[in-house]
Design a protein around this ligand. Structure first.
Ligand code: DGL
Length: 211
């Protein structure tokens, strides 16, 4: 039986692992979190590498493919990890390209961790796919920690998202897997003003090709 490894700093990975389990009931899913060091989104690439490498080395012993269900790890380390780990790795990064293709207002909002937003890979995605698009980056710096502790409120989400909607954003990108847990709340706030994008279906499609 094939095994799919799923890794994230914290509970964001669980949301992705659940979607994968549902799509691939015939495979085993081995899911890991780094409860000791979460959140990653305020840490440096070197710090994150030190946390992630031993976990992925371990997963690589038993998995046929590894999904890094973490935008922060993908945007800072995926190239290095792919070179060092012999198992195929699928990463997750903010859906800037699909959002740029979808927006009618030419304004999108990307919700992600500070480390993702500061990464060269994210900068590349914006330069490559969102040249003529205004990209708003709401301050979500405390979201993953609040979600980990089950302490994020609808009021807090509203306060952080509303300015982007008022500015005309018609696509909201969930660029951190932790935020998948509050997708329903975000959908309610956004209503018909914007489309909310997250990558679980895209990962499943990619996995189908790889497996
Ligand atoms: N869930 C992760 C992501 O997709 C990181 C959250 C965190 O550890 O700060 O970016």
């Amino acid at each position: 039986m094939k095994t799919i490894g799923v890794f994230d700093s914290g509970i964001g990975g669980l949301s992705v692992a659940n979607a994968i389990k549902e799509a691939f009931p015939e495979y085993r899913v081995e899911h890991r979190e780094d409860t000791k060091n979460v959140p990653y989104g305020t840490k440096t690439a070197d710090q994150i590498y030190g946390f992630v490498k031993p976990i992925l080395d371990d997963l690589a012993k038993t998995c046929d493919v590894i999904v890094i269900a973490c935008n922060t790890v993908t945007t800072t380390l995926i190239d290095r990890l792919r070179k060092e780990i012999a198992v195929p790795i699928i990463g997750i990064e903010p859906m800037v390209k699909p959002a740029s293709q979808l927006t009618a207002s030419k304004i999108i909002a990307v919700c992600a961790t500070p480390t993702t937003l500061g990464s060269p890979r994210y900068d590349y995605l914006k330069r490559q796919y969102a040249k003529n698009i205004m990209v708003i980056e709401p301050d979500c710096s405390d979201w993953s920690e609040l979600i980990e502790q089950n302490e994020i409120s609808e009021q807090k989400i509203l306060e952080d998202i509303e300015p982007a909607l008022k500015a005309g954003a018609d696509v909201i990108v969930l660029g951190c897997t932790h935020y998948h847990w509050i997708e329903k709340e975000i959908d309610e706030i956004v209503g018909n003003k914007a489309t909310v994008l997250q990558p679980e279906q895209a990962i499943i499609t990619r996995l189908k090709v790889l497996l």
